[in-house]
Design a protein around this ligand. Structure first.
Ligand code: PMP
Length: 366
């Protein structure tokens, strides 16, 4: 293998329920590990999938004409600003393929989303990891924009910033983030990953897609996997200026988004009420979990997303193990350099209750 690939650490997803149940001999398990929407998918998306089933013998529209048109309308941009991906992970890889190579460098924060280093290393580029904000401050373990700016060197071609960030849930003020993007040298692409944007308060975080006209080096990524509840179908996209989108579309494999996904995403986009309901459910569930975790004496980080990063103050692996024995799957984040934390997706009220009562039994025994 090429050296960059040898240095890769595999992405470790949340354990699937079937695997847990087989390994631990438990049943009736719940999974709060992958930041999926506990409401499921929009009924309109499901209906669109059913309507598309008779057509699966045909190739999908390779350019996603209809979905791009709908997205362009949603974001007030032209369709040639859009690159569709098999999940937004796909477009993160296109970015690395189009703009990075050995000898060039990408900058990102400690505790950033795990796919940034993977995308970077798979094309043999170097990475510069910038220390996160201190855990004692107002945005513990969040991205430090000043430090990110200072890390930009002559070989830097890309900066990855997630707003809100996974796995921390922390966020950046929109005005400060826009100033940061505007201050970058012209050869540096600023990727703002808005996978969780639908859950966040856009008055605080801003909407980076509205900055594209002013900022030619900005790329904004979004996904249908989170609030839209379509994680299994794999659809995401990048918004950028048409020149960048043209390059991204050159490395994009043909037919990378399947026909069911294209139809579902288009229908999901129209179901504004479903997103509102998902936001409200998430806010309620977040409150329930926050209160429940505080009552157990646990510290959580601030979060603008659909998950909480919980600090157990000591190695969290035994807690994770006990949760799995109780049929509750959450996400260990030791591979992110956070061995004392677990990341917990906001579930339905019943799932949250189940997690809290499992923890109430586990913690005193540990
Ligand atoms: N960015 C961030 C910050 C994420 O948390 C995720 C999902 N884990 C993704 C991108 C990729 O999601 P998807 O490929 O499902 O769109």
């Amino acid at each position: 293998a090429v050296p960059g690939v040898r240095g890769l650490r595999p992405y470790t997803p949340g354990k699937p329920i079937a695997e847990l149940e087989r390994e631990y001999g438990v049943s009736d398990s719940i999974k709060l590990a992958s930041n999926e929407n506990p409401l499921g998918a929009s009924p309109r998306a499901l209906e669109a999938i059913r309507g598309e089933l008779d057509e699966v013998w045909l190739y999908p529209d390779a350019n996603g004409f209809e979905l791009k048109r709908a997205l362009a309308e949603r974001h007030g941009l032209s369709p040639d600003c859009i690159t569709l991906g098999n999940g937004s992970n796909d477009v993160l890889v296109f970015l690395a393929q189009a703009f990075l190579q050995p000898g060039l460098e990408a900058v990102f924060s400690q505790y950033c989303f795990a796919v940034y280093p993977i995308a970077c290393r798979m094309v043999g580029a170097s990475e510069r990891v910038v220390p996160a904000l201190p855990s004692a401050g107002p945005m513990p373990l969040g991205h430090d924009l000043r430090a990110l700016y200072q890390a930009i060197g002559p070989e830097t071609r890309m900066v990855f910033v997630a707003n809100p960030n996974n796995p921390t849930g922390t966020w950046l003020d929109g005005r400060r983030l826009k100033d940061f993007a505007a201050s970058l040298p012209p050869q540096v692409i600023c990727v703002i990953d808005e996978a969780y944007a639908e859950y966040a308060d856009s008055d605080v975080l801003g909407d980076a897609s509205t900055w594209l006209e002013e900022l030619p080096n900005l790329v904004v990524t979004r996904t249908f996997s989170k609030a839209y509840g379509l994680a299994g179908l794999r659809v995401g996209y990048a918004l950028s200026n048409p020149g960048v989108a043209d390059l991204l579309n050159r490395v994009r494999p043909p037919f990378n988004v399947n026909s069911l996904a294209l139809a579902a995403a288009r229908a999901a986009l129209e179901d504004v009420e479903f997103i509102e309901r998902s936001r409200a459910a998430n806010a309620g569930g977040m409150e329930q979990l926050r209160e429940g975790l505080a009552a157990l004496g646990l510290e959580v980080l601030p979060s603008a997303a659909n998950f909480l990063l919980v600090d157990f103050g000591r190695d969290a692996a035994p807690v994770n193990e006990a949760l799995m024995r109780a049929g509750v799957i959450v996400r260990p984040v030791a591979n992110y350099g956070l061995p004392n934390h677990l990341r917990i997706t906001i579930g339905s009220a019943r799932q949250n209750e189940r997690l809290l009562s499992a923890l109430a039994e586990i913690l005193p025994a540990q």
